[in-house]
Ligand binder design. Sequence first.
Ligand code: ZN
Length: 265
Amino acid sequence: MSRVVKKIIGLLERILLFFVPFRHGIYVVNYHGTPESVKHLFEQHLDFYNKHFRLLDPETFEAICAGRSQISSKPMLLLTFDDGMRNNISALELLSKHQILAYFFVVPNYIDAGKKETYLSDIIRPGFVNTLEKFPEDFLPMGWNDLEKLHKIGHRIGSHTMSHTLRKEDDAIKSAVEIINSKKAIEQKLGIQVPYFCSINNTALSVGKLQEEMIDATYDFHFTTYYGLNQPAPDPKRIQRINVESYWSLSEVCFSLGRIRTLLN
Ligand SMILES: [Zn+2]
């Protein structure tokens, strides 16, 4: 579907919001980079979420998953960020302004890569060009020191595989490196527990039966790229997410979160 069509449907969704709220349930949104040039749009998203949702912090989300807390009658929304881009650091002040804590999923081999920009363009997102990205932090990952600070603030750090190359055809040895060794690497570097895993690209293509069993045995939470609303309660081993990018207009955000898109699914 083209961006224009999404914007038109999204605009209708925004008008609909004057009459009907978002559907009941937990919306887990996943972002990637947050370039400086679109910070104003990202802040609009946060204002919009604040108005229409009850923003969830990781602790409450995990309590709901464990059955220790209830889902509110107001739609709930949780933020996650994939790939651990360095430009996420500049988004932190906006997150703290809105008192938002989020999940950040990182790739140890990208963090430790010699040529990080090439790692991003060749391995993490080959063929993807975003003209809004201009500064070094748009192409570099956060370092271990940055992640340590994030964790101290209360954000959660999770594994986004070891190298961002996991495929469902991979054998047990390669899968173990991606799934199990990435957890160990982050835990050793940061001295924290990492019960959170986020599969890469399209979960249907990166996670087969073998990988799913390994993820379930290693982690308490699996954040997927399966689109959808988590209702009536989230399944911690199969958390569905909705992709939103920081450079999108509010209409595009509304399209992704809206009734038409979620009901089509
Ligand atoms: Zn990714």
